[in-house]
Design a binder for this molecule. Structure first.
Ligand code: DGL
Length: 264
């Protein structure tokens, strides 16, 4: 089917963390319709097997394609690390991930530096950032921070438990002497101000939600899919619904939205 610029962008994540990405897309590309899918039934994905993550993403892509999405944005570092090729081969429409824009940014702004990376177990184990940064002269210091996404999903942003977890992880010897830190999980932008407090002063914290909208716009233009008419509609689907999810949505998307449960 020929995709039209008015068709929506499909955005998905393991849960609600990817709403930080959806929020950035809406802010920078307000004409674009969005269909967001959060796999709240299966979250977190960060410590699931590659085979399980592959099964989840294919079901989600099938739904997004049925909904006539013109482009899929994988708003999850874990799935971007281990299932990007799978999604791209399956989808038959343009697919973007949250890692490539960050890698491009690092090459341009942090060449020859020591850069920290925090993320889920799967993201770090995949070594995807190291592979993509090969030859850039960047020394990547990677650390798994598996407590952070669940703390956020529990609504503990700003709580001293989150501050303690942040201080515990960021004090690890592997992150000593870094000149910048990559937030390698789409949940982590919600902890940015607490992370900034840890580093105090002038320190680069690289967050895919800051660098990705430009890449997305370029890709839409390249495929002749940028929506120039003002017809944006945003829909939010989840695979499991609880009142807590509705509450968190407000935190992650900065406004309350209607969550519809869909059985995949
Ligand atoms: N937000 C996801 C990411 O960027 C993962 C959180 C999880 O489900 O473990 O990796």
């Amino acid at each position: 089917m020929r995709m039209k610029p008015e068709n929506p962008i499909g955005i998905f994540d393991s849960g609600l963390g990817g709403l930080t990405v959806a929020r950035a897309v809406r802010q920078h590309l307000p004409n674009e319709s969005i269909i967001y899918f959060g796999d709240t039934l299966n979250a977190p994905w960060g410590d699931k097997s590659v085979a399980a993550i592959g099964q989840y993403v294919i079901k989600i892509c099938r739904l997004l394609i049925q909904e006539h999405c013109k482009l899929i944005l994988i708003a999850c570092n874990t799935a971007s690390s281990v299932a990007f090729d799978l999604v791209r081969d399956y989808a038959g429409i343009p697919v973007l991930n949250v890692i490539d824009p960050v890698v491009d940014y690092l090459k341009q702004h942090h060449a020859q530096q020591s850069v920290g990376l925090i993320g889920t177990k799967q993201t770090i184990a995949s070594e995807v950032y190291q592979k993509k940064l090969q030859g850039s002269g960047i020394r990547l210091c990677a650390l798994t921070t598996p407590l952070l996404a669940p703390l956020i999903e529990e609504g503990l942003v700003g709580h001293h438990i989150a501050t303690e977890a942040i201080n515990y992880y960021l004090s690890m010897p592997v992150l000593r002497d870094i000149q910048a830190l990559v937030l390698g999980c789409t949940h982590y932008p919600l902890l940015k101000s607490q992370i900034r407090k840890f580093y105090r002063g002038d320190f680069s914290i690289i967050d895919s939600t800051d660098v990705l909208p430009k890449n997305l716009k370029n890709s839409l233009i390249a495929h002749d899919l940028l929506n120039r008419s003002q017809s944006a509609v945003t829909k939010f689907y989840v695979s499991d619904y609880t009142p807590m999810f509705a509450k968190l949505t407000r935190l992650f998307f900065s406004e309350s939205v209607h969550l519809k449960r869909i059985d995949l």
